[in-house]
Structure formats: structure tokens, C-alpha cells
Design a protein around this ligand. Sequence first.
Ligand code: PLP
Ligand code: COI
Length: 363
Amino acid sequence: AASPRLPFAVKPTAHPVPEADRLKAFEALGFGTLFSDHMAVIRWSADKGWHSAEITARAPFPIDPAASVLHYAQEIFEGMKAYRTADGRAVLFRPQENARRFNESARRMAMPELPEEDFLAAVEGLVKIDARWIPQGEGSSLYLRPFMFASETFLGVRPSKEYIFCVIASPVGPYFKGGAKPVKIWVSETYTRAAAGGTGAAKCGGNYAASLVAQAEAAAHGCDQVVFLDAAEHRWVEELGGMNVFFVLEDGSIVTPPLSGTILPGITRKSLISLAADEGLTVREEPYSFDRWQADAASGRLKEAFACGTAAVVAGIGAVKFSGGEFRIGDGETGPVTTRLREALVGIQRGQTNDRNGWLHTL
Ligand code: PLP
Ligand code: COI
């Protein structure tokens, strides 16, 4: 049962970014470097539960050097976007899914769950006060980053008794520098991301900390992203550093790794599975090995592969590199099925096509 909705104190900043500066910054949007004026904050303590909800000027948190997040990494986050539709509405895409997944992550990390309605009220409140920060153009949006961290001053190893939940907003353009060009990915044979029983299905900061050296290896090999294999056999394709992965076969069917507990249950993944079914395509959630990937690419049985996630949307994978060599997928360009699914998804997110499934949440 959800607790009653928290009252949010709304305190608009006295120093908003001047409109001319905002417009200038909007001319060249990257990813995650520009921020809006405000943030939403809710605090939790073992004695009071969730309290002190506010929307206030974006500002640093004073944090004690012994705050438990700094030592044991008790932290989780979400990634979602607000879009400006052609008819001028501000919309969120399936925000309840993020609220639900946030609490799944919280449970795994022994953190308190935030009632979904409070999560949504924080996100909506921030988007409303910072509505001018939602960019309009195709490929740009207001990326929202809800997160929660352990803020108790305590060095013992046990769940913190205090947490801060916060939402910040960042106007973004394409995640990959190459824009809509297909990406090149690096198969990590040295590092794995998550093992059975670990935190792979949770969106916790530690998973990303562990992925950085593998991502650096990918970059050193001229690749855009790393793809991880399973930890037990180093054989099965799992997911990319920050995206799920799909394979399009010669017969038109699509394969994506199953939610085995070691990969993030992507909301884009779930949405594309449903859109593909609507388009009459068969999607199988089944293990796909790196051996098969190489063989299918060589024989031409594999027509396309793509990565998907909130930040990256849908990105064709043109080439794959690993310690033993390199191979191309199809003709190395973004394929027709990838393009069709991307357009179906983006069309809904931008309010251009009929939102049959009721995925858009208008603010
Ligand atoms: N996998 C990982 C590791 C991610 O970080 C993300 C991005 O959030 C995804 C998959 C895709 O998830 P979603 O589609 O919900 O953004
Ligand atoms: C997202 O897509 O929201 C993520 O968290 C992925 C990250 C690479 C930015």
C-alpha cells in the first residue's frame, strides 16, 4: 500500500540561468554536461521515513567524509527522458516503469523503497518547474536522473539509516558522438559485468564503476561501447555497458538475451519487444553465444544487430571487434528492421504516432 503523497515544498531559484545562456547552450547539446536550474530532493531516515520533500535550486550536497555511500557504494539510479512533442506537450515515456525498477534496485541494495507516486511526483515537479529546459529538436530531450544514496555518517558495514533521494535534469542530444551512424563495439573477454546472484539486474552505481575499465579498453580499441559476456562461461552475450542488445536474423526473427538476473531489464528493450510483436515480428528471448554471433555474421544469417536504452535510444551495431579480430554485421550500415523499430519507438515518444499502449504521460 502506497503511503500518502508527500507534500513538496517548491522553492524556485533566485538565480535561474539567463534565457540567452540557455539558448546558446541548446545550440550544441552533448550528453550529461548541461543541467537545469532545479532539483527535487526527498530525505529518508530510519526514525522518520520519507520526509522533507522539496523542489529547490540545484546545489551541491554537504556530505560527511564518513557518509556510507563514499565507502560502500550504497547507491542506485534511474535514467528517463522528458520530450517536447510537436504539438507542444511535455511528456514522459513509461515513467511508472522507472519508478518500479527503482524500487527493485532499492530492494537489492537493502535501501528503503520510495512509494511510486512520490517518485513520480518528484520527477513531474522537476520537469514542470524546469520545462524551458526540455529541448525540442529530433534527437534531443531532457534526460532525468533520479538517484538515491546512503548519507549516514557511519563506517560500519550495514545498511545506512539515512538516505537522500534526488532528481536532476540534463538537456541532451545524441548519446553517441557519431549521431545516427552505426556504432562499433568491443567484446570484453577479460572483464565481466555481473554474476548469478550479484547486482546485474539492479541499476546501482557499482555496476557502472566495474564497467569503466572494460569501456576504456573498448575506447582504446576504437570502439564506442563494450559488450559483456556471461561471468560463468564467458560464452553468452549479455548486454553493453549501458544498453541492451538485439540480433535480427535472416528469417526476420529477432533474438535478445533473456532476463536471467545478470542484465538490466531495460524499459526500451521491453518496449521494442512489444513494438516488434505489433509489427508481426517474432522476438525470442533466448541465450545467444559469441561463437554463434561470429558464425551468423560470417554466413550472412545475421542481418542486423542493435543496442538500445534510454540514453542511446536505438543504435545500429555496424562492426564488432575482439582480441581475435573484427567482423562486420550485414553491410555495416543500420539495417531496415533496426530503422523501423527505432522509428516506431521514437514516433510514440515524440507524440507523432498513435500511442496505442498508453505509454506517454503528459504533464
Ligand atoms: N543496460 C544497462 C547496463 C543500462 O545502463 C541501460 C540504461 O539504462 C540499459 C540496459 C537500458 O535500459 P533502459 O532501456 O531502461 O534505459
Ligand atoms: C540510460 O540509458 O539511462 C543509462 O543509464 C545508460 C548510461 C550509459 C547513461
